[in-house]
Design a protein around this ligand. Structure first.
Ligand SMILES: [Zn+2]
Length: 202
């Protein structure tokens, strides 16, 4: 955050450290807002289930909360162990929620991409292809080890378009042919597919 903003919760007045759905929040209120949303989604999931219309907002929440909790956990000054544990809990709960949502339509498609990681001390790039694509990410062949939570850049070989993605998980399928599941942080419909039609075709 470049300019100093205040937490949007009435009577708080602390410096904003994050935002959710464009509301600025201090660290404490960000944590409690994330917990409230995660509880709410738990209830929906155990009850009526999520509707397709809710999925976009849940996705947005997962992306926003994970990215910011992760950044906060790594960079915030004066973070005590309890706050740190809460942030890690948010990241894990959000990724678990993401796994539940991953029933969104997927399409088997080999699309040539370049994966690159700017990991400190271990940057790499690899020309490879997808195995499976979904609206929110892809399963990609990848020889380089990538840990869950790491950020990678995905660039399409055909259009040159690129987007940041987070490694959600990695599945070794032998010694050489490792696959990673990635979820986009920034792109809407990176693959340019008509997902409504993909869903109907299932
Ligand atoms: Zn606050």
């Amino acid at each position: 955050m470049t300019k100093i903003e205040k937490c949007g919760i009435a009577n708080c007045g602390l410096t904003a450290a994050a935002s959710l759905e464009s509301e600025t929040l201090c660290r404490e209120h960000f944590i409690s807002a994330c917990y409230a949303r995660l509880d709410q989604y738990d209830e929906i999931r155990n009850g009526t289930g999520l509707r397709t219309g809710d999925m976009e907002s849940v996705r947005r929440f997962i992306n926003e909360s994970t990215r910011q909790a992760d950044a906060m956990e790594q960079t915030a000054k004066g973070l005590d162990n309890l706050d740190r544990a809460k942030l890690v809990h948010i990241i894990l709960s959000a990724s678990e929620l993401g796994r539940h949502l991953r029933r969104s339509p997927r399409k088997i498609a080999a699309i040539a991409v370049r994966l690159s990681s700017e990991k400190l001390g271990g940057a790499w790039e690899e020309d490879t292809e997808t195995v499976l694509v979904s609206r929110y990410g892809a399963l990609v062949r990848c020889k380089h080890p990538a840990k869950a939570g790491e950020t990678v850049q995905v660039q399409r070989a055909d259009t040159g378009e690129s987007a940041l993605a987070r490694v959600a998980w990695q599945r070794p399928t032998g010694t050489e042919d490792v696959r990673v599941g990635v979820e986009f942080l920034s792109s809407e419909n990176f693959w340019g597919l008509d997902w409504g039609a993909v869903e109907e075709a299932r």
